[in-house]
Design a protein around this ligand. Sequence first.
Ligand SMILES: Nc1ncnc2c1ncn2[C@@H]1O[C@H](COP(=O)(O)OP(=O)(O)O)[C@@H](O)[C@H]1O
Ligand SMILES: [Mg+2]
Length: 356
Amino acid sequence: MSTPMTGPVPPDHPDHDAEQTLDADSVLAREEAGGLLVDGSLEEGRLGGAASPVLEEPVLSVRDLNIVYEVGEGVHAVKDASFTLRRGEILGLAGESGCGKTTLAYGLNQLHRPPARITGGTVTFHDRDDGSEVDVLALQGQSLRTFRWSTVAMVFQGAMNSLNPVLSIRSQLNDVLTTHRPQMERAERRRRSEELLELVGVDRDRIDAFPHELSGGMRQRVMIAMALALDPQLMIMDEPTTALDVVVQREILQEVLRLRKELGFAVVFITHDLPMLLEISDRIAVMREGRIVELDTAENLYFAPQDPYTRRLLGSFPSLTGEAGDFVRAGFGDAEQVERAEQAEHAEQADQEATA
Ligand SMILES: Nc1ncnc2c1ncn2[C@@H]1O[C@H](COP(=O)(O)OP(=O)(O)O)[C@@H](O)[C@H]1O
Ligand SMILES: [Mg+2]
């Protein structure tokens, strides 16, 4: 059995074992989770003038990306996807199950595998460190591994369950640094591991704990810490908090919003939860049957959706159209309002259950 763990590729990916043996003797990884919430959503209109961490300069440019699953007559899962992600920006990717969100995300750092094949298009990464333009789809071997580990961090659904159960949090954080920052001194690694844990809101004295001694939410925070260890410029989060309860999910999203403000990474955040995306995203891309049908600021998308499908999608969330949707209409980015709306919703649910 291979050791359960996390990594720059999903546990069931063919590159998984190769990455591990090449990368480290003990396993680990990073990835993370997160999203963002309300009080960090920084569009001026939403936060009353708070300085936005979103810069004009691009971090990732995707042009006419096409991905096909070569099975039977072929499934054209991603059709002519084009978008530019700015440094520090949170781009939400919405759309119903099966519309191609995960396939697109995988294509962004070449995690797709047969029968999936990229049949056209380009993905260009604009490196902050040396100003170079990286042709992501041309990366191979070691440079692809480095790219996946250090430059782009990815969190998969259920990532928190992929921590190694037999290693303490300390050794898992330490391993990432040992492998990818070999020049770092032991004491420095120790200090950095504790600092990372604190950064994601986990008390540093939990560092010697084992995964089973932590709650799901804390494990997901540890995953974020691991992802942050190498200071990525981009985080791709594919349904990272779907398995967590609403309160924990919200806390984690808030943490990620704060971190992105502090550290300046950009985020592609994928979820079928459109109401959540409206809260946390700077811009949202709506996907339908492999195509991005609309891409706009969260506000425009909510108040003035252009595509009929976006309108239908918005209409399919009672929380956006019912009373609890007031917070969205009243003002993006007011955390307290969101909380009140949620409490009202919960109270209503409790009432309904009580009378049922
Ligand atoms: N391994 C595969 N082989 C064939 N088709 C696939 C495979 N994986 C996904 N698909 C198809 O590609 C489309 C997009 O899937 P996916 O990217 O997982 O969507 P989402 O993440 O939005 O739910 C779906 O029609 C799905 O059935
Ligand atoms: Mg998916």
